[in-house]
Design a protein around this ligand. Structure first.
Ligand code: PLP
Length: 411
């Protein structure tokens, strides 16, 4: 197979210099500029829920872009209004209090920045100064802007950019006693992912769900669920909180929301929205008519009657396939995640450092796109529209990747 890599991209070096270069896609398949096809188990980092080349999606974009593309945040449009209402309805069964309002932004980090600002505004206006601290968890990933980065404890992401925003603390993930101890008067909010998408795909424990559901209201602290990676079907239910029983006060969404276009949402309750004044927060592009129309299309598809039922079947199929692989290859030491966001933790022994990165390379050579998560987990996050037949093919290719890695092991 010929593969189309660009060797020396013009992009800043925060991305790899050598990149596979794609020309188009259809369904779960991406084609590079040399014409080679790849089965995509990464979905553009858990974004492309509907896969590539969806005809209905293109029609919606074309129609809306002919009408109006941008009006600013001084005015609004019908698609944005409808999307706002739709997101409130969608999150109502999950949030502890009825959701009252949504702020539409452009990216995951921005959605979390907005959540941080709303939490601080709320504590400042209701309790005064000194109640601004935000707790997040080890291995969390909340984004790369300075506020979201301050809630992302991993050294590798933050060290070169310190000093970060003050008032952020981290607590070991799923350590309920540590959380309880840290939750003093100075804390306004706890930020949590129900499955840690970038940090190794560990799932929130039932004990931590119970602790957050109980302590949030008891201590007057907001629970912010970062559903940027887990939301909108990825874990098998519309929101990841539903899958685990978490009742947050604020939800942030982004990645799949507009089917690959930049859009995010921060959904807040009335007791916060009632305090917010014009000018307290804003963005130029967030929630424009085109991305909103795209999101309405995505939500129509996700909320269509058979979508989640089909997803449950795919989840079962993926789970069974991964279990078989784990039985065959003992160095797949743990399966993590849920729904169509799964992780394979690898322990390749003394060869780990050399072979772990090769898993992604070998996969590419075999026409399969995978992701990593954390330092030792391979992430599988296919488009949610993957068919049964495509899943069989994906698992077959994944087995071939494992066989190649097995053949390269020295012990
Ligand atoms: N939060 C979570 C859970 C994420 O997975 C990500 C991105 O991977 C972000 C926030 C940041 O999103 P973005 O890259 O769109 O800023």
């Amino acid at each position: 197979m010929t593969r189309a890599h660009t060797e020396d991209t013009p992009f800043a070096r925060n991305y790899a210099r050598r990149m596979l270069t794609f020309s188009h896609g259809k369904g779960v398949w991406l084609t590079d500029t040399a014409g080679t096809r790849y089965l995509d188990l990464g979905s553009g980092i858990a974004v492309n829920a509907l896969g590539y080349g969806d005809a209905g999606f293109s029609r919606v974009l074309a129609r809306q872009s002919r009408k109006v593309v941008h009006v600013s945040n001084l005015y609004t449009t019908e698609p944005s209004l409808r999307l706002g209402e739709r997101l409130l309805a969608l999150s109502a069964p999950v949030l502890r209090e009825p959701p009252a309002a949504v702020h539409l932004g452009n990216s995951g980090a921005e959605a979390n920045e907005a959540a941080i600002k709303y939490a601080r505004l709320w504590s400042y206006l209701t309790r005064g100064e000194g109640h601004h601290r935000i707790i997040s968890f080890t291995d969390a990933f909340h984004g790369r802007t300075m506020g979201a980065l301050s809630a992302t404890p991993k050294e590798a992401y933050r060290k070169k950019f310190e000093p970060l925003v003050p008032g952020f603390v981290s607590v070991p993930f799923n350590d309920c006693a540590a959380l309880e101890k840290a939750l003093d008067e100075s804390v306004t909010a706890v930020m949590v992912e129900v499955v840690q998408g970038e940090g190794g795909l560990r799932e929130i424990s039932p004990e931590m769900v119970e602790t957050l559901n109980r302590l949030g209201p008891e201590r007057g602290v907001l629970v912010i669920a970062d559903e940027i990676q887990t939301g909108l079907g990825r874990l098998g239910s519309l929101l990841g909180c539903q899958a685990v029983g978490l009742q947050p006060d604020i939800i942030t969404l982004s990645k799949p929301l507009a089917g690959g276009l930049p859009l995010s949402a921060t959904i807040i309750p009335g007791r916060i929205n009632d305090l917010v004044q014009v000018g307290d927060h804003g963005t130029t592009f967030g929630g424009g008519p085109v991305t909103s129309a795209a999101a309405l299309y995505v939500l129509d598809r996700l909320e269509s009657p058979r979508f989640l039922a089909d997803l449950a079947v795919r989840e079962e199929q993926l789970n069974a396939g991964l279990r078989e692989l784990q039985q065959q290859f003992r160095w797949i030491v743990e399966l993590r995640g849920r729904g169509l966001l799964r992780g394979l933790r690898l322990d390749l022994g003394p060869d780990q450092e050399k072979l772990f990165p090769q898993v992604l390379e070998v996969a590419q050579e075999l026409g399969l796109l995978l992701l990593r998560s954390g330092s030792d987990v391979i992430r599988v996050a296919p488009p949610l529209v993957i068919s049964g037949k495509e899943m069989v093919e994906a698992l077959k290719r994944l087995r071939s990747v494992c066989e190649t890695i097995e053949s390269r092991r020295t012990v």
